[in-house]
Design a protein around this ligand. Structure first.
Ligand code: CAO
Length: 433
């Protein structure tokens, strides 16, 4: 004798809407009691649905992507007398030919992967809801469990090698291997890396080893990029008068004396602004709870060298003259280009200036040299027509860019800081105040 049995969605803790992630059976399939026939998910858990009866699948009533609820019909199974069922299962399914009272219509219990490991034909215990924050990833609960055990956020694995891109254990292992070999664990972000490309297929290539400075700078910049919410603010200062003064100073200099560039005045204006806005001369404590205000004024200057970017630090800039600063920068940038800077020469900076003005540019977005909270970018000054209320007059305008850590510096504060620098550069007599 054969009976048609209905398999229904059981109670999964009162959840109203359950997603069908995967259906593992089709009509004609022979299934065994407790064989997993579908994968279901709620917003909190994923679970496998075991067959409550062994037999031959007659009809499948769900498909992936469906939303179901407790009691929804999953499949009908033709069960012959020889086919095993268990007591609990018999309570949970109903033969179509002999409808049972509603009280008995208990669907089969749903199993978590943990339960799956030990169970064979015995009735399953009540479902344990496994915590799951990755409802969109296409993977079985056992693979999700495996990923969780390894601390892998499964949503970071986009597609797997299983049918329909299903994520397999092997995919989780490869993901971990990849992360370990990259050595990239910034903020635990698990950001997928850029895929490797064999460029030789497109033409001739040559591979050159990065200098140590470039590698270290790259790591540091990536770390800062991922950790700091940065904003860059652009400003322009009228340096016509400052430039005339600078030219006259240099005209008085002997041949072997170090010439003064605009950068020295920018350093002075920057220090004046740091005194006015102490939170710019600061660092955030590593727990993010306190701001550490610095009462000294050390300025890092980004120097372009054949081996990469280095940042020597000019110390106690507030107590040095423009000439002293010019000499010190000339000496340190020379040392930098010859690779002779000592670690001590590059420590203790409060804020960095990155000046590309000797090369060109109209604006750029420098990256903060953390744990500093701001960096001042400078590009090339250029004569521009400026409206003075009556007419356009030619003025030498200097573009400035301030990138700051928005956790420490507000937008308005950043703008006021730059307005202060602009005012001081436009009228350098103010630097005496
Ligand atoms: N506008 C117009 N002219 C400028 C200028 C500006 N903003 N800045 C510099 N110049 C002029 C200088 O007056 C100088 O002119 P003269 O040859 O006629 O005297 C010339 O450009 C070269 O200046 P410089 O670059 O040698 O000197 P500096 O003091 O301005 O800068 C230093 C020194 C060490 C900062 C610079 O040489 C350097 O290495 N800059 C690169 C920094 C860098 O790579 N930053 C990118 C980092 S990524 O964030």
């Amino acid at each position: 004798m054969a009976d048609l049995i209905e398999i229904k969605i059981p109670d999964v803790g009162g959840v109203a809407s359950i997603d069908v992630v995967d259906v593992l059976i089709k009509p004609g399939d022979k299934v065994e009691l407790e064989q997993i026939i579908a994968t279901l998910e709620t917003d909190k858990a994923s679970m496998e649905l075991p067959a409550s009866s062994g037999g031959t699948i007659q009809q499948v009533h769900i498909k992936s992507g469906d939303k179901v609820a407790e009691g929804s019909l999953v499949a009908t199974v033709l069960v012959t007398e020889a086919e095993p069922t268990n007591a609990k299962q018999e309570e949970s399914v109903q033969p179509v030919s002999t409808p049972a009272p509603a009280a008995q219509e208990q669907p089969a219990p749903v199993k978590t992967p943990e339960q799956n490991k030990s169970s064979t034909t015995s009735p399953s215990p009540a479902p344990v809801i496994a915590n799951n924050s990755s409802a969109t990833a296409h993977a079985s609960p056992s693979v999700r469990l495996f990923a969780r055990e390894l601390g892998v956020d499964i949503t970071k694995i986009r597609t797997g090698n299983g049918p329909k891109g299903r994520i397999l254990k092997e995919d989780v292992k490869s993901f971990v291997k990849h992360i370990m070999s990259e050595g990239v664990t910034p903020s635990g972000s698990g950001i997928p890396s850029i895929p490797a490309v064999d460029f030789s297929q497109f033409g001739e290539i040559e591979s050159q080893k990065l200098s140590k400075i470039k590698r270290l700078t790259g790591q540091n910049l990536s770390r800062v990029w991922l950790n700091l919410p940065m904003v860059t603010y652009h400003e322009e200062a009228d340096i016509t008068d400052m430039e005339a003064f600078r030219v006259s100073l240099n005209a008085d200099k002997k041949k072997d004396e170090v010439k003064i560039t605009g950068l020295m005045f920018i350093i002075k204006a920057l220090v004046a602004a740091m005194k006015q806005f102490p939170s710019v001369n600061a660092s955030l404590s590593s727990d993010g709870e306190n701001i550490i205000l610095k009462k000294y004024y050390n300025i890092g200057i980004a120097v372009d060298t054949p081996n990469g970017l280095v940042v020597p630090v000019l110390r106690n800039v507030d107590s040095k003259s423009i000439n002293q600063l010019a000499e010190e920068l000339a000496e340190k940038s020379d040392k930098a280009r010859q690779g002779k800077l000592m670690p001590n020469d590059m420590q203790g900076g409060c804020i960095t200036i990155s000046s590309l003005g000797g090369i060109g540019g109209t604006a750029f977005t420098p990256i903060v040299n953390a744990p500093e909270v701001a960096i001042l970018g400078v590009t090339r000054a250029k004569m521009q027509p400026v409206w003075n209320g009556n007419e356009f007059i030619p003025r030498l305008m200097l573009p400035l860019d301030l990138t700051y850590d928005h956790r420490v510096i507000d937008g308005a504060e950043g703008a006021r800081f730059m307005a202060f620098i602009k005012q001081n550069l436009s009228d350098i007599r103010r630097l005496l105040l």
